[in-house]
Ligand binder design. Structure first.
Ligand code: SF4
Length: 422
């Protein structure tokens, strides 16, 4: 039986990265006097958890606000997330949204939404949350946020200015959170944050130590990391890479493979040492993904050629490629040598094609059984991810949702693996 309440209904709209997905969960956990709805048309209040990574991310949020304001019964719009620090003031002054609050205020959402007056509370960039998230509805994998902010200053990135410098959650807090989620049935954990690899640096602890402690919690079966930087794969980390709890996949942000472009982008990684690291991880059975920005200012034909030649040498299996998109307020936004959109698109296609082929080759050459967590069912097949972060579609007569299965034999199709189970 369903009971209806007189509580106001709140719909959350989340834009951007995993960190924002996590932040929305924190807000939901703190919303005691309201009801969360999955239908924005039913909502009295819509909370927009925004992303401001590029100018076009700002436009997307604006477009969404405009669409809400055109509803027959427009909801009260409350704006939060990274965009508060870049576009917040304008949105507030122009009356585009009712109210705004910054990241550091999200745990106070229950009181904030009860405020009948309009408010703009950006908060600070030093805060670290206290909330333990208990589960992720509808997902078999849980994200665990271990840190916030970034001390790097890559020339194209606005993140440090909207999320602040790097700071970490306490080890106790993280382990408490993992314990809660593991006892609620989650087996796979993905560590997330703005710059995950910087976890613990200011508390004189390190990621490998945290991972070992997490693995000892009952129910924890596999741990993945969000994106790490090449220089963060330190000696301690290398010591644990063959532990059974480590997913055999790492996402290491290179962003480019031209030496000169890395300098222009103010990156801390260097092509030759990156290549050495990737070779080492490949030897240890890892599938390796990266982020890559194509078409950043200064990427001449010559530098692109160098980047592609280097890229061919990297044992990559996955890529999260972006064509560069301007973000006002960053050094890159005013750099000379802009790359035309059509040229960037051609380069993007060239890059992704190379990695798709490398991924196919990796799956064809793999000799190890696949350890798969099944997450969904679509078009008569169960879909999951293996330890290498590759998708597999499985035919089966038994319900496999949420199950861990071992697959010995499979067919490596161009874009995915397929198999039968039982
Ligand atoms: S490492 Fe660079 S790209 Fe990543 S959040 Fe920090 S400044 Fe931005």
């Amino acid at each position: 039986m369903q009971f209806s309440t007189n509580k106001q209904k709140v719909f959350f709209k989340t834009f951007g990265c995993r960190t924002n997905v996590f932040d929305t969960q924190v807000m939901m956990s703190n919303l005691k006097d309201f009801e969360v709805t999955q239908d924005e048309k039913q909502a009295d209040i819509v909370v927009i958890n925004s992303c401001t990574v590029t100018n076009s991310a700002d436009s997307t949020a604006r477009g969404y606000i405009n669409a809400l304001n055109r509803f027959e019964k427009p909801p009260r719009v409350v704006f939060t997330g990274c965009g508060v620090w870049t576009k917040g003031e304008n949105l507030f002054k122009e009356d585009k949204v009712d109210s705004l609050f910054g990241h550091s205020q999200k745990e106070k959402i229950n009181e904030l939404l009860q405020n009948e007056e309009r408010f703009f509370n950006a908060g600070d960039l030093e805060h670290i949350d206290d909330t333990i998230v208990e589960e992720f509805i509808g997902k078999s994998r849980a994200f665990i946020k271990v840190q916030e902010g970034c001390d790097f200053r890559c020339s194209y990135c606005i993140i440090p200015y909207v999320r602040g410098d790097a700071r970490s959650y306490s080890e106790d807090k993280i382990l408490e959170q993992v314990t809660t989620l593991a006892s609620n049935g989650f087996g796979e954990f993905i560590l997330t944050g703005t710059n995950v690899g910087s976890y613990g640096k200011k508390q004189h602890t390190y990621l490998a130590k945290l991972l070992k402690k997490m693995s000892m919690i009952k129910g924890v079966r596999r741990i993945r990391l969000g994106s790490v930087e090449p220089i963060q794969i330190d000696e301690e980390f290398k010591e644990i890479i063959n532990e059974p709890f480590m997913a055999k996949h790492l996402h290491i942000a290179l962003q480019h493979t031209s030496k000169e472009m890395l300098k222009i982008m103010n990156r801390r990684n260097k092509v030759l040492s990156d290549l050495e690291l990737f070779e080492f991880l490949k030897e240890n059975g890892y599938a390796l993904g990266t982020d890559f920005i194509v078409g950043h200012p200064g990427e001449s034909d010559e530098l692109w050629k160098e980047a592609i030649e280097n890229l061919q040498r990297f044992p990559l299996t996955h890529v999260h490629a972006f064509t560069y998109s301007k973000r006002d307020g960053t050094p890159s936004a005013t750099m000379k040598g802009e790359v035309r959109g059509d040229v960037a698109k051609i380069r993007y296609n060239e890059l992704t094609k190379i990695i798709e082929e490398k991924n196919h080759q990796f799956r064809k050459n793999n000799t190890k059984p696949l350890e798969v967590l099944i997450e969904s069912y679509k078009n008569g097949r169960y879909i999951g991810l293996d330890q290498h972060f590759n998708q597999i579609e499985v035919e089966s007569t038994v319900d496999l949702i949420g199950d861990w299965i071992f697959i010995e034999e499979y067919k490596a199709e161009v874009d995915k693996n397929v198999a039968r189970f039982r």
